[in-house]
Design a protein around this ligand. Sequence first.
Ligand code: EPZ
Length: 423
Amino acid sequence: MSIEAFKIIGGKKINGELSVEGAKNAALPIFVATLIEKGTYILKNVPNLRDIVTLTKLLESLGLEIEKLSNHSYKIVNTGLKSLEASYDLVKKMRASFLVMGPMLAHEKKARVSLPGGCAIGSRPVDLHLKGFEALGVKINIDHGYVEGETAELIGNKVVFDFPSVGATENVIMAAVKATGITIIENAAREPEIDDLCNFLVKMGAKIKGIGSGRLEIEGVKKLYPCEYSIMPDRIVAGTFIVASLMFDGEISVKGVVRDHIESFISKLEEMGAEFEIEGDVLRTKTKLSQLKPAKATTMPHPGFPTDLQSPMMTLMCLVDGTSEIKETIFENRFMHVPELNRMGANISTDANMARVTGIKNFSSAEVMASDLRAGASLVLAGLLAEGETIVNRIYHVDRGYENLEIKLQALGANIERIKVEI
Ligand code: EPZ
Protein backbone atom coordinates (compact mmCIF):
# COMPACT_ATOMS: atom_id res chain seq x y z
CA MET A 1 0.00 0.00 0.00
CA SER A 2 1.29 3.49 -0.75
CA ILE A 3 0.62 6.84 0.84
CA GLU A 4 1.77 10.31 -0.16
CA ALA A 5 4.77 12.22 1.10
CA PHE A 6 6.50 15.46 0.23
CA LYS A 7 10.03 15.19 -1.19
CA ILE A 8 11.86 18.47 -0.63
CA ILE A 9 15.31 19.47 -1.87
CA GLY A 10 15.98 22.31 0.53
CA GLY A 11 18.54 25.09 0.73
CA LYS A 12 17.22 26.85 -2.37
CA LYS A 13 16.51 30.57 -2.38
CA ILE A 14 12.73 31.06 -2.57
CA ASN A 15 10.79 34.28 -2.90
CA GLY A 16 7.41 35.61 -3.88
CA GLU A 17 3.93 35.89 -2.41
CA LEU A 18 2.00 33.20 -0.50
CA SER A 19 -1.76 33.70 -0.52
CA VAL A 20 -4.00 32.53 2.32
CA GLU A 21 -7.16 30.53 1.57
CA GLY A 22 -10.45 30.61 3.48
CA ALA A 23 -10.39 29.50 7.12
CA LYS A 24 -10.86 25.75 7.65
CA ASN A 25 -12.08 26.28 11.22
CA ALA A 26 -14.71 28.78 10.10
CA ALA A 27 -15.81 26.87 6.97
CA LEU A 28 -16.46 23.64 8.92
CA PRO A 29 -18.98 25.07 11.46
CA ILE A 30 -20.60 27.26 8.79
CA PHE A 31 -21.12 24.26 6.49
CA VAL A 32 -22.64 22.41 9.44
CA ALA A 33 -24.93 25.36 10.30
CA THR A 34 -26.78 24.89 6.97
CA LEU A 35 -28.38 21.84 8.66
CA ILE A 36 -30.40 24.18 10.88
CA GLU A 37 -32.84 25.51 8.26
CA LYS A 38 -34.18 24.42 4.89
CA GLY A 39 -33.19 26.41 1.82
CA THR A 40 -30.39 27.07 -0.64
CA TYR A 41 -27.07 28.49 0.60
CA ILE A 42 -24.09 29.83 -1.36
CA LEU A 43 -20.76 29.70 0.49
CA LYS A 44 -17.68 31.46 -0.96
CA ASN A 45 -13.96 31.50 -0.18
CA VAL A 46 -14.22 27.87 0.95
CA PRO A 47 -10.73 26.26 1.11
CA ASN A 48 -9.97 23.12 -0.92
CA LEU A 49 -9.09 20.76 1.93
CA ARG A 50 -9.52 17.10 2.86
CA ASP A 51 -11.60 18.16 5.87
CA ILE A 52 -14.12 19.93 3.62
CA VAL A 53 -14.43 16.80 1.46
CA THR A 54 -14.88 14.66 4.59
CA LEU A 55 -17.55 16.97 5.99
CA THR A 56 -19.35 17.15 2.63
CA LYS A 57 -19.75 13.35 2.68
CA LEU A 58 -21.17 13.46 6.22
CA LEU A 59 -23.64 16.26 5.42
CA GLU A 60 -24.78 14.43 2.25
CA SER A 61 -25.37 11.30 4.37
CA LEU A 62 -27.74 13.44 6.49
CA GLY A 63 -29.66 14.60 3.41
CA LEU A 64 -28.04 17.84 2.20
CA GLU A 65 -27.33 18.29 -1.53
CA ILE A 66 -23.89 19.85 -1.94
CA GLU A 67 -22.52 21.10 -5.25
CA LYS A 68 -19.11 22.69 -5.85
CA LEU A 69 -19.79 25.72 -8.07
CA SER A 70 -16.19 26.84 -8.63
CA ASN A 71 -12.73 26.50 -7.13
CA HIS A 72 -13.79 28.03 -3.80
CA SER A 73 -17.60 28.24 -3.79
CA TYR A 74 -20.34 25.76 -2.96
CA LYS A 75 -24.13 25.55 -3.23
CA ILE A 76 -25.81 23.68 -0.36
CA VAL A 77 -29.50 22.74 -0.63
CA ASN A 78 -31.29 21.67 2.55
CA THR A 79 -34.69 20.16 1.70
CA GLY A 80 -34.94 18.45 5.08
CA LEU A 81 -32.82 15.78 6.79
CA LYS A 82 -33.15 12.16 5.69
CA SER A 83 -31.14 10.85 8.62
CA LEU A 84 -30.46 12.02 12.14
CA GLU A 85 -27.49 9.74 12.68
CA ALA A 86 -23.86 10.74 12.09
CA SER A 87 -22.09 7.43 11.76
CA TYR A 88 -18.81 6.38 13.37
CA ASP A 89 -17.04 5.72 10.05
CA LEU A 90 -17.58 9.34 9.04
CA VAL A 91 -17.15 11.01 12.45
CA LYS A 92 -13.91 9.10 13.22
CA LYS A 93 -12.22 10.76 10.22
CA MET A 94 -12.72 14.26 11.61
CA ARG A 95 -13.76 15.17 15.14
CA ALA A 96 -15.31 18.47 13.97
CA SER A 97 -18.11 16.22 12.65
CA PHE A 98 -19.47 16.27 16.19
CA LEU A 99 -20.61 19.82 15.45
CA VAL A 100 -23.60 18.39 13.55
CA MET A 101 -25.29 17.62 16.88
CA GLY A 102 -26.29 21.22 17.70
CA PRO A 103 -27.89 21.95 14.30
CA MET A 104 -29.70 18.59 14.21
CA LEU A 105 -31.18 19.33 17.65
CA ALA A 106 -32.19 22.80 16.44
CA HIS A 107 -33.82 21.36 13.30
CA GLU A 108 -35.34 18.10 14.54
CA LYS A 109 -34.96 18.15 18.37
CA LYS A 110 -33.22 14.81 17.99
CA ALA A 111 -29.74 13.58 17.05
CA ARG A 112 -27.57 10.46 17.28
CA VAL A 113 -23.90 11.21 16.74
CA SER A 114 -20.90 8.95 17.17
CA LEU A 115 -18.60 10.03 19.96
CA PRO A 116 -15.53 11.44 18.19
CA GLY A 117 -12.41 9.46 18.88
CA GLY A 118 -9.44 11.14 20.43
CA CYS A 119 -6.63 12.03 18.11
CA ALA A 120 -2.87 12.31 18.19
CA ILE A 121 -2.88 15.60 20.09
CA GLY A 122 -5.19 14.55 22.89
CA SER A 123 -8.24 12.70 24.23
CA ARG A 124 -10.48 15.64 23.23
CA PRO A 125 -13.66 14.83 25.21
CA VAL A 126 -17.03 16.45 24.45
CA ASP A 127 -18.31 16.82 28.03
CA LEU A 128 -18.70 20.60 27.66
CA HIS A 129 -20.77 20.16 24.48
CA LEU A 130 -23.10 17.77 26.35
CA LYS A 131 -23.32 20.04 29.41
CA GLY A 132 -24.51 22.83 27.11
CA PHE A 133 -27.13 20.68 25.41
CA GLU A 134 -28.47 19.44 28.77
CA ALA A 135 -28.79 23.05 29.95
CA LEU A 136 -31.10 23.62 26.95
CA GLY A 137 -33.32 20.72 28.05
CA VAL A 138 -31.86 17.95 25.89
CA LYS A 139 -31.93 14.43 27.36
CA ILE A 140 -28.54 12.90 26.65
CA ASN A 141 -27.93 9.17 26.51
CA ILE A 142 -24.57 7.58 25.62
CA ASP A 143 -24.41 3.98 24.51
CA HIS A 144 -22.33 1.85 22.17
CA GLY A 145 -20.09 4.81 21.38
CA TYR A 146 -22.93 7.08 20.28
CA VAL A 147 -24.40 10.18 21.89
CA GLU A 148 -28.19 10.36 21.59
CA GLY A 149 -29.90 13.67 22.28
CA GLU A 150 -33.64 14.33 22.28
CA THR A 151 -36.06 16.92 23.60
CA ALA A 152 -39.63 18.04 23.02
CA GLU A 153 -38.42 21.64 22.99
CA LEU A 154 -35.12 23.50 23.28
CA ILE A 155 -35.46 26.03 26.09
CA GLY A 156 -33.03 28.97 26.38
CA ASN A 157 -30.91 28.88 29.54
CA LYS A 158 -27.60 30.00 31.04
CA VAL A 159 -24.56 27.89 30.05
CA VAL A 160 -21.30 28.45 31.92
CA PHE A 161 -18.24 26.74 30.41
CA ASP A 162 -15.43 25.64 32.75
CA PHE A 163 -13.13 26.09 29.74
CA PRO A 164 -13.75 28.28 26.65
CA SER A 165 -14.02 25.31 24.30
CA VAL A 166 -14.25 26.33 20.60
CA GLY A 167 -16.34 23.34 19.53
CA ALA A 168 -18.62 23.36 22.55
CA THR A 169 -19.30 27.09 22.08
CA GLU A 170 -20.13 26.52 18.40
CA ASN A 171 -22.36 23.52 19.12
CA VAL A 172 -24.38 25.33 21.79
CA ILE A 173 -24.75 28.49 19.66
CA MET A 174 -26.18 26.39 16.80
CA ALA A 175 -28.59 24.61 19.16
CA ALA A 176 -29.69 27.89 20.79
CA VAL A 177 -30.52 30.04 17.74
CA LYS A 178 -34.00 28.44 17.42
CA ALA A 179 -34.54 27.63 21.10
CA THR A 180 -37.50 29.13 22.98
CA GLY A 181 -36.22 32.13 24.95
CA ILE A 182 -32.77 33.50 25.65
CA THR A 183 -29.52 31.54 26.04
CA ILE A 184 -26.54 33.14 27.76
CA ILE A 185 -23.14 31.50 27.25
CA GLU A 186 -20.60 32.58 29.86
CA ASN A 187 -16.88 31.90 29.27
CA ALA A 188 -17.61 31.33 25.58
CA ALA A 189 -14.62 30.79 23.32
CA ARG A 190 -13.65 33.98 21.45
CA GLU A 191 -11.75 32.61 18.45
CA PRO A 192 -12.41 34.72 15.27
CA GLU A 193 -13.86 31.62 13.60
CA ILE A 194 -16.69 31.75 16.14
CA ASP A 195 -17.36 35.37 15.19
CA ASP A 196 -17.54 34.22 11.54
CA LEU A 197 -20.07 31.52 12.47
CA CYS A 198 -22.12 34.06 14.46
CA ASN A 199 -22.02 36.58 11.59
CA PHE A 200 -23.26 33.84 9.24
CA LEU A 201 -26.10 32.94 11.64
CA VAL A 202 -27.03 36.63 12.10
CA LYS A 203 -27.19 36.93 8.30
CA MET A 204 -29.64 33.97 8.46
CA GLY A 205 -31.75 36.01 10.92
CA ALA A 206 -30.39 34.75 14.25
CA LYS A 207 -30.34 37.16 17.19
CA ILE A 208 -26.90 37.06 18.81
CA LYS A 209 -25.38 39.75 21.04
CA GLY A 210 -21.85 39.96 22.41
CA ILE A 211 -20.15 38.53 19.32
CA GLY A 212 -16.38 38.53 19.98
CA SER A 213 -16.81 38.68 23.74
CA GLY A 214 -16.72 35.80 26.19
CA ARG A 215 -20.42 36.35 26.93
CA LEU A 216 -22.93 35.57 24.20
CA GLU A 217 -26.66 36.31 24.43
CA ILE A 218 -28.74 34.35 21.93
CA GLU A 219 -32.47 35.08 21.58
CA GLY A 220 -34.11 32.09 19.89
CA VAL A 221 -36.24 32.78 16.79
CA LYS A 222 -38.94 30.65 15.15
CA LYS A 223 -37.42 30.69 11.68
CA LEU A 224 -34.10 31.39 10.00
CA TYR A 225 -33.43 32.02 6.31
CA PRO A 226 -30.74 30.69 3.98
CA CYS A 227 -28.13 33.14 2.74
CA GLU A 228 -24.92 33.69 0.81
CA TYR A 229 -21.70 34.11 2.80
CA SER A 230 -17.96 34.44 2.25
CA ILE A 231 -15.65 32.67 4.73
CA MET A 232 -12.94 34.67 6.57
CA PRO A 233 -9.27 34.10 5.64
CA ASP A 234 -7.39 31.37 7.52
CA ARG A 235 -5.40 33.07 10.30
CA ILE A 236 -3.46 29.89 11.13
CA VAL A 237 -2.32 29.41 7.53
CA ALA A 238 -1.42 33.13 7.56
CA GLY A 239 0.66 32.65 10.72
CA THR A 240 2.38 29.61 9.23
CA PHE A 241 3.29 31.63 6.12
CA ILE A 242 4.54 34.54 8.25
CA VAL A 243 6.97 32.09 9.90
CA ALA A 244 8.11 31.07 6.40
CA SER A 245 8.63 34.75 5.55
CA LEU A 246 10.93 35.23 8.56
CA MET A 247 12.78 31.94 7.90
CA PHE A 248 13.62 33.23 4.41
CA ASP A 249 14.76 36.71 5.49
CA GLY A 250 11.61 38.42 4.28
CA GLU A 251 11.84 37.11 0.71
CA ILE A 252 8.21 35.92 1.04
CA SER A 253 5.19 38.20 1.41
CA VAL A 254 1.86 36.91 2.72
CA LYS A 255 -1.53 37.90 1.21
CA GLY A 256 -4.67 37.47 3.31
CA VAL A 257 -3.39 38.61 6.72
CA VAL A 258 -5.84 40.13 9.22
CA ARG A 259 -3.58 41.31 12.02
CA ASP A 260 -6.41 41.45 14.59
CA HIS A 261 -7.01 37.72 14.13
CA ILE A 262 -3.47 36.82 15.26
CA GLU A 263 -2.43 39.87 17.28
CA SER A 264 -0.83 37.85 20.10
CA PHE A 265 1.23 35.85 17.57
CA ILE A 266 2.42 38.88 15.61
CA SER A 267 3.26 40.87 18.75
CA LYS A 268 5.31 37.89 20.04
CA LEU A 269 7.27 37.93 16.77
CA GLU A 270 7.77 41.70 17.19
CA GLU A 271 9.03 41.03 20.74
CA MET A 272 11.60 38.74 19.04
CA GLY A 273 12.70 41.69 16.91
CA ALA A 274 10.63 41.15 13.77
CA GLU A 275 9.30 44.24 12.00
CA PHE A 276 6.29 44.03 9.68
CA GLU A 277 4.57 46.24 7.15
CA ILE A 278 0.94 45.39 6.38
CA GLU A 279 -0.54 47.15 3.33
CA GLY A 280 -4.19 46.18 2.96
CA ASP A 281 -4.02 42.44 3.66
CA VAL A 282 -0.44 41.90 2.42
CA LEU A 283 2.26 41.47 5.08
CA ARG A 284 5.95 42.05 4.33
CA THR A 285 9.05 42.03 6.53
CA LYS A 286 12.65 43.16 6.04
CA THR A 287 13.82 41.44 9.21
CA LYS A 288 16.64 38.93 8.71
CA LEU A 289 16.39 35.62 10.56
CA SER A 290 19.74 36.38 12.25
CA GLN A 291 18.24 39.52 13.81
CA LEU A 292 15.63 37.61 15.81
CA LYS A 293 16.00 37.21 19.57
CA PRO A 294 14.78 34.26 21.68
CA ALA A 295 11.44 34.50 23.51
CA LYS A 296 8.99 32.70 25.78
CA ALA A 297 5.45 31.90 24.59
CA THR A 298 2.47 30.14 26.17
CA THR A 299 -0.52 28.89 24.17
CA MET A 300 -3.86 30.17 25.49
CA PRO A 301 -7.47 30.47 24.35
CA HIS A 302 -8.07 33.47 22.05
CA PRO A 303 -7.01 36.25 22.27
CA GLY A 304 -3.93 34.50 23.66
CA PHE A 305 -1.22 32.79 21.60
CA PRO A 306 -2.98 30.17 19.39
CA THR A 307 -2.13 26.50 20.02
CA ASP A 308 -2.35 25.91 16.25
CA LEU A 309 0.67 28.19 15.77
CA GLN A 310 2.74 26.47 18.47
CA SER A 311 4.58 24.13 16.09
CA PRO A 312 5.27 26.78 13.42
CA MET A 313 6.60 29.11 16.14
CA MET A 314 8.75 26.31 17.55
CA THR A 315 10.26 25.72 14.10
CA LEU A 316 11.21 29.40 13.93
CA MET A 317 12.60 29.38 17.49
CA CYS A 318 14.90 26.48 16.46
CA LEU A 319 16.75 28.96 14.22
CA VAL A 320 17.04 31.82 16.72
CA ASP A 321 20.35 32.14 18.56
CA GLY A 322 19.85 31.58 22.30
CA THR A 323 17.23 29.64 24.27
CA SER A 324 13.48 30.08 23.77
CA GLU A 325 10.62 28.42 25.60
CA ILE A 326 7.14 27.49 24.47
CA LYS A 327 4.43 26.11 26.78
CA GLU A 328 1.41 24.20 25.45
CA THR A 329 -1.62 24.60 27.75
CA ILE A 330 -4.53 23.66 25.41
CA PHE A 331 -3.78 20.07 24.37
CA GLU A 332 -2.10 17.41 26.47
CA ASN A 333 0.07 15.92 23.74
CA ARG A 334 0.97 18.48 21.12
CA PHE A 335 4.77 18.15 21.04
CA MET A 336 5.02 15.20 18.64
CA HIS A 337 6.83 17.40 16.13
CA VAL A 338 9.69 17.76 18.67
CA PRO A 339 11.40 14.41 17.97
CA GLU A 340 10.90 15.01 14.24
CA LEU A 341 12.50 18.47 14.40
CA ASN A 342 15.33 17.02 16.54
CA ARG A 343 15.90 14.43 13.79
CA MET A 344 16.51 17.46 11.57
CA GLY A 345 19.21 18.70 13.93
CA ALA A 346 17.09 20.88 16.20
CA ASN A 347 17.99 21.16 19.88
CA ILE A 348 14.69 20.92 21.75
CA SER A 349 14.09 19.39 25.16
CA THR A 350 10.65 18.94 26.69
CA ASP A 351 9.44 18.58 30.26
CA ALA A 352 5.69 17.90 30.45
CA ASN A 353 4.03 20.76 28.54
CA MET A 354 7.13 22.96 28.37
CA ALA A 355 9.59 22.89 25.44
CA ARG A 356 13.01 24.52 25.68
CA VAL A 357 14.51 25.38 22.29
CA THR A 358 18.20 26.20 21.81
CA GLY A 359 18.98 27.84 18.47
CA ILE A 360 20.95 26.05 15.73
CA LYS A 361 22.42 27.45 12.51
CA ASN A 362 20.18 25.42 10.22
CA PHE A 363 18.20 22.19 10.05
CA SER A 364 19.74 19.14 8.43
CA SER A 365 17.68 17.22 5.89
CA ALA A 366 16.12 13.95 7.07
CA GLU A 367 13.11 11.66 6.63
CA VAL A 368 10.41 12.75 9.09
CA MET A 369 6.71 12.17 9.80
CA ALA A 370 3.79 14.58 10.22
CA SER A 371 1.78 13.99 13.41
CA ASP A 372 -0.90 16.67 13.02
CA LEU A 373 -1.67 19.22 10.34
CA ARG A 374 0.21 22.13 11.90
CA ALA A 375 3.24 19.98 12.82
CA GLY A 376 3.34 18.66 9.26
CA ALA A 377 3.41 22.16 7.78
CA SER A 378 6.20 23.09 10.23
CA LEU A 379 8.31 20.13 9.05
CA VAL A 380 7.82 21.25 5.44
CA LEU A 381 9.16 24.69 6.33
CA ALA A 382 12.18 23.13 8.06
CA GLY A 383 12.79 20.95 5.00
CA LEU A 384 12.78 23.97 2.69
CA LEU A 385 15.68 25.47 4.62
CA ALA A 386 17.73 22.29 5.22
CA GLU A 387 20.36 21.49 2.57
CA GLY A 388 19.59 18.24 0.79
CA GLU A 389 16.62 15.87 0.61
CA THR A 390 13.90 15.88 3.27
CA ILE A 391 10.95 13.50 3.07
CA VAL A 392 7.85 14.45 5.07
CA ASN A 393 5.63 11.39 5.50
CA ARG A 394 1.88 11.19 6.30
CA ILE A 395 1.10 14.43 4.49
CA TYR A 396 -2.59 13.57 4.59
CA HIS A 397 -2.37 15.50 7.85
CA VAL A 398 -1.08 18.57 5.99
CA ASP A 399 -3.73 18.26 3.26
CA ARG A 400 -6.40 18.51 5.97
CA GLY A 401 -5.57 22.14 6.64
CA TYR A 402 -3.30 23.58 3.92
CA GLU A 403 -4.61 24.01 0.38
CA ASN A 404 -2.15 22.92 -2.35
CA LEU A 405 0.84 23.68 -0.12
CA GLU A 406 3.43 22.22 -2.48
CA ILE A 407 1.95 24.05 -5.49
CA LYS A 408 2.11 27.38 -3.66
CA LEU A 409 5.72 26.73 -2.62
CA GLN A 410 6.74 25.56 -6.11
CA ALA A 411 5.51 28.94 -7.40
CA LEU A 412 8.10 30.56 -5.11
CA GLY A 413 10.88 28.42 -6.55
CA ALA A 414 10.88 25.68 -3.93
CA ASN A 415 11.92 22.18 -4.99
CA ILE A 416 9.07 20.22 -3.42
CA GLU A 417 7.01 17.43 -4.97
CA ARG A 418 4.28 15.03 -3.88
CA ILE A 419 5.49 11.42 -4.12
CA LYS A 420 4.08 8.02 -3.24
CA VAL A 421 5.86 5.91 -0.66
CA GLU A 422 5.20 2.25 0.05
CA ILE A 423 4.23 1.43 3.65
C1 EPZ B 1 -10.79 23.72 17.67
O1 EPZ B 1 -10.79 22.38 18.17
C2 EPZ B 1 -9.99 23.68 16.38
N1 EPZ B 1 -10.65 22.78 15.42
C3 EPZ B 1 -8.57 23.20 16.67
O2 EPZ B 1 -7.85 23.29 15.45
C4 EPZ B 1 -7.93 24.14 17.67
O3 EPZ B 1 -6.64 23.67 17.99
C5 EPZ B 1 -8.80 24.19 18.94
O4 EPZ B 1 -10.14 24.61 18.59
C6 EPZ B 1 -8.25 25.18 19.96
O5 EPZ B 1 -8.19 26.45 19.40
C7 EPZ B 1 -11.70 23.26 14.73
O6 EPZ B 1 -12.15 24.38 14.90
C8 EPZ B 1 -12.31 22.32 13.72
P1 EPZ B 1 -11.56 22.96 22.04
P2 EPZ B 1 -11.79 21.98 19.39
O7 EPZ B 1 -12.90 22.36 22.22
O8 EPZ B 1 -13.10 22.65 19.21
C9 EPZ B 1 -10.76 20.36 25.90
C10 EPZ B 1 -6.45 22.63 13.76
O9 EPZ B 1 -5.22 22.54 13.81
N2 EPZ B 1 -12.20 20.08 25.84
O10 EPZ B 1 -11.38 24.42 22.27
O11 EPZ B 1 -11.77 20.51 19.53
C11 EPZ B 1 -10.02 19.62 24.80
O12 EPZ B 1 -9.72 18.31 25.24
C12 EPZ B 1 -7.30 22.09 14.88
O13 EPZ B 1 -7.09 23.20 12.85
C13 EPZ B 1 -12.78 19.40 26.91
O14 EPZ B 1 -12.12 19.05 27.89
O15 EPZ B 1 -10.99 22.65 20.60
C14 EPZ B 1 -8.79 20.46 24.57
O16 EPZ B 1 -7.79 20.08 25.50
C15 EPZ B 1 -6.49 21.25 15.83
N3 EPZ B 1 -14.12 19.13 26.86
C16 EPZ B 1 -9.27 21.88 24.88
O17 EPZ B 1 -10.51 21.74 25.60
C17 EPZ B 1 -14.90 19.50 25.79
O18 EPZ B 1 -16.12 19.24 25.82
C18 EPZ B 1 -9.51 22.71 23.64
O19 EPZ B 1 -10.54 22.10 22.93
C19 EPZ B 1 -14.28 20.18 24.72
C20 EPZ B 1 -12.94 20.47 24.76
